[in-house]
Design a protein around this ligand. Sequence first.
Ligand code: C5P
Length: 297
Amino acid sequence: MTFTEKAYAKINLDLYIAGVRPDGFHELSSVMATVSLADILTMTVTASEHPTVILSCDAGLPTDDRNLAYRAARLFLERSGIVAALSLTLEKHIPYAAGLAGGSSDAAAVLRLCYRAFPGALSRADLFRLAAEIGSDVAFCLHGGVARCTGRGEQLVSVAIPENKPLYAVLVKGNESVSTPDAFRRADALYDGFSDGTALPPHDADGFDAALRNGDVETVAKLSYNTFEDAIFPICPEAKRFRERLAASGAIFARMSGSGPTVYGIFDDKSAADEAKRSLGDLAILTAIQGAPLFKQ
Ligand code: C5P
């Protein structure tokens, strides 16, 4: 049997680091939004005497347990006790190490594939637990849609956005790259380990979410924030310039996604988004925000 799933990229419409936890992770409050840019995962299940995972990938990425998709498949077999061979093919379209959760989304798509291939082997709640074990963004990628994510990023509350008001995101990932742990270290250094809450600008998460639900994009634009920008733009000047160009090209607002260096501009008009994409050249990718959840908790 062969199954296929899309692994969608995410952007952070709002991202506030609230502090450092005793376990070393950072306490986050972030709205993540699924966008239409996606990798494609295909899985073929065959009989085997041992639980086996084989991953192939067109992009020269590791295909062993350094790859989150491989790890997700292994973990599913281990926790469910299923004995089978899973052959996975990963077709990459999402830029990696980019703040778009490409690797996390591949892992989440593998969990959805396994859920379809082995009905009843694990519950939805089990799948969300596995997702949180694999990485902080994987639970959101499993769920999809738009959600406010707290804790390490793994606790989700869905934010329903108006279906009749589509939003478009033009993404730009230049040649700079940022590792997530390094981005957190730079934010720690800039905000003195987040020991003094008053150093951070105020954050109106409830106001942001209400505006998003009501389709009030002007208020969303006013309240949107990303703590990483001040830490990352000094080492990624190209990303900062792209953000400025997106803002100047008619975006309602422009931000960095996650720990970067991808930046995006939000549009409520498709032809304006098309025009911005054209003006930014080959690096720009036009996507639409996908408000409908993929897999409910
Ligand atoms: O959870 P994930 O493996 O995606 O996180 C990668 C790294 O990012 C962690 O090792 C940690 O350094 C940092 N991180 C963090 N706080 C979070 C999420 C990630 O410090 N909430």
